[in-house]
Design a protein around this ligand. Structure first.
Ligand SMILES: Nc1nc2c(c(=O)[nH]1)N[C@@H](CN(C=O)c1ccc(C(=O)N[C@@H](CCC(=O)O)C(=O)O)cc1)CN2
Ligand SMILES: NCC(=O)N[C@@H]1O[C@H](COP(=O)([O-])[O-])[C@@H](O)[C@H]1O
Length: 224
C-alpha cells in the first residue's frame, strides 16, 4: 500500500446560513475538491452554517465577537483556533467581519474570499441592491485572495449573472449564489492542490500570471 498523503486542510469562516460552506463540504466529500474541512468557525452562535457542519460531523465552533473587548482580541482567538486545527487554507464563506492587518498577514497567500459582485465593482455590502439601482445588465461573484484592502485582493475567478427585468435583490442573490456554489469549490480545489499563488498583487496559476480572472462558463462547469 502506498503512503496515504494527508489532504490539505481547510478552515472555513462564516456568519450566515452556510450554503456556500455546504457546497465546499460536498465537493470535499465527493473528491471534486481535494481537501478536507477540519474546522468551521463563526462569529455568530446562531449561524446556520455551524449546525450544517455539526450535522456533517465537522468540528464547528462559535467565537462570538461580543465576547471580546476589541477586534484584535477576537481575531487572536480565531487565529488560535485555526492554527490549532492545522489548517493550510482559510476559506471565508460569508464571513461578515472586516479582518485586521495581523490576521490578514498571518494567512497571507492562503486565505480566500467570495464576494457577491464583479469586482472591482461594488466592494463592501448590499451589492445586489446597488447593482439593481445602477441599472446594470450584469452582476455576479468574485473569488479573491484576501488582503487588508477590503474586497481589494487579487481576483482569481468570477461568475457572471445576467440581471433580468424586474429582478428583486433576493432573486438576483439566489441566481448569483447558485453560480457561486459552482465556482468557489473549483477555486478552493485549485488552491488546495497547490496550483494557485499570489505575488505582487497578481494571481499565478501553475506558476503563470493570470492576465484576467478565470471565468465560469454559462454551462456552470467550464473554467475559461
Ligand atoms: N481585511 C479584509 N477583511 C475581509 C475581507 C477582505 O477582503 N479584507 N472580505 C470580507 C468579506 N466581505 C465581503 O466580501 C465583507 C464582510 C463584511 C463587511 C463589513 O462591512 N462588515 C462590518 C460589519 C457588518 C455586519 O456586521 O453586518 C464590520 O466588520 O464592521 C464588508 C465586506 C471579510 N473580511
Ligand atoms: N461581503 C461578504 C458577503 O456578502 N459574502 C456573501 O455571503 C453569502 C453567504 O451565503 P451563505 O451563508 O448561504 O453561505 C455568499 O453569497 C457570499 O458571496
Amino acid at each position: 500500500m502506498g503512503s496515504r498523503s494527508a489532504k490539505p486542510r481547510l478552515a472555513v469562516l462564516l456568519s450566515g446560513q452556510g450554503s456556500t460552506y455546504a457546497a465546499i463540504q460536498a465537493a470535499c466529500d465527493s473528491g471534486a475538491c481535494a481537501a478536507e474541512v477540519v474546522l468551521v468557525l463563526s462569529d455568530r452562535p446562531a449561524a446556520g452554517g455551524l449546525a450544517t457542519a455539526r450535522d456533517h460531523g465537522t468540528p464547528a465552533r462559535a467565537i462570538p465577537s461580543r465576547d471580546f473587548p476589541d477586534r484584535p482580541a477576537h481575531e487572536t482567538a480565531l487565529m488560535e483556533a485555526i492554527d490549532a486545527s492545522g489548517a493550510d487554507w482559510v476559506v471565508l464563506a460569508g464571513y461578515m467581519r472586516i479582518l485586521g492587518a495581523d490576521f490578514v498577514r498571518h494567512y497571507a497567500g492562503r486565505m480566500l474570499n467570495t464576494h457577491p459582485s464583479l469586482l472591482p465593482k461594488y466592494r463592501g455590502l448590499n451589492t445586489y441592491q446597488r447593482a439593481l439601482d445602477a441599472g446594470d445588465p450584469l452582476h455576479g461573484c468574485s473569488i479573491h485572495f484576501v488582503t487588508e484592502d477590503l474586497d481589494g485582493g487579487p481576483v482569481i475567478a468570477q461568475a457572471e449573472v445576467p440581471i433580468e427585468s424586474g429582478d428583486s435583490p433576493g432573486e438576483l442573490e439566489a441566481r448569483t449564489k447558485a453560480r457561486e456554489r459552482k465556482l468557489y469549490p473549483r477555486i478552493v480545489h485549485l488552491a488546495a492542490s497547490g496550483r494557485l499563488d499570489t505575488r505582487d498583487g497578481d494571481v499565478l496559476l501553475d506558476g503563470r500570471k493570470l492576465q484576467r480572472p478565470l471565468r465560469l462558463a454559462t454551462d456552470g462547469e467550464t473554467l475559461e
